[in-house]
Design a protein around this ligand. Structure first.
Ligand code: ADP
Ligand code: ADP
Length: 230
């Protein structure tokens, strides 16, 4: 039932910065989790360790029954397929259309064009951008760009989507559209983990909140609140 387990996880960067200082956490399949905390608290490091962009200095991370410490390099791509990643700055390829940006993320080995098309159009429908399939990123609003990046993150049907400040560059109304998109994905069965500074969204959404400060979990509540003054 646990999709993500961290046991006594520590991360010290090569420059000596102690970013994560003994984290224990369990996240179940299907949960929606906000990660909050001040700048420099360790939120990004926590998220990066989930998709193995960073490795812990000490401790155990288990993702979908795989102990990351025992994961062979050649098996990392299989792990990555289980995890969709969404960034604050979208990271779309500017010379590709919306359709192509999403199709590009699909494992295209031996897939029939019609299957690729069906999968891409299905996720564009979920993020409400079917009508923008032919557009290029510079023809979209920020909120639309982020929804393309969400479509890209889910097209491989990952078990979990992690998002690091996905609304950080967006105005409040647009930010709510992004959260609604994540809620939709979550209701379809995907676990969502979202680091955010958006107090209004966290307080009104009433989902699990993990608060990190100084590299430790200082609060972990179901239906939690943002809890910091901003
Ligand atoms: P947050 O996402 O909460 O702002 P981060 O995880 O980005 O926190 O950073 C936690 C601490 O680790 C900060 O002190 C930050 O400066 C430091 N840090 C983050 N990334 C690196 C890195 N690649 N090398 C060295 N220090 C880093
Ligand atoms: P149609 O195929 O009739 O245009 P669809 O709803 O099937 O309508 O597709 C919507 C849009 O998706 C297309 O108009 C096109 O912009 C884009 N699209 C579909 N398939 C591809 C493809 N293989 N390569 C690039 N873009 C595609």
């Amino acid at each position: 039932i646990f999709l993500i387990v961290m046991k006594d996880v520590w991360k010290t960067y090569p420059n000596g910065v102690m970013a994560i200082n003994g984290i224990d956490v369990q996240i179940q399949k299907g949960e929606f989790v906000f990660v909050v905390g001040p700048s420099g608290a360790g939120k990004s490091t926590f998220i990066k360790m989930i998709y193995r962009e960073e490795k812990p200095t000490k401790g155990t991370i288990i993702i979908d029954d795989t102990n990351l410490a025992e994961l062979k390099e050649r098996h990392v791509p299989y792990l990555r397929r289980k995890i969709g990643v969404v960034f604050q700055d979208f990271k779309l390829l500017p010379k590709l259309t919306v359709y192509e940006n999403v199709a590009f993320a699909l494992e295209v080995i031996d897939e029939k064009q019609e299957d690729i098309k069906r999968k891409v159009m299905d996720v564009l429908e979920i993020v409400k951008l079917k009508n923008k399939a032919r557009a290029f990123p510079d023809e979209l609003s920020g909120g639309e760009e982020q929804r393309v990046s969400i479509a890209r993150s889910i097209v491989n049907k990952p078990k979990v989507v992690v998002a690091d400040e996905p609304t950080g560059n967006l105005d409040p109304d647009t930010a709510w559209g992004i959260v609604d998109t994540f809620k939709e994905i979550n209701e379809r069965g995907t676990t969502v983990i979202m680091a955010t500074h958006n107090k209004d969204i966290v307080d009104k959404t009433k989902k699990r909140v993990i608060a990190i400060d100084g590299g430790r979990i200082v609060r972990d509540e179901l239906q939690g609140e943002y809890g910091y003054e901003i």
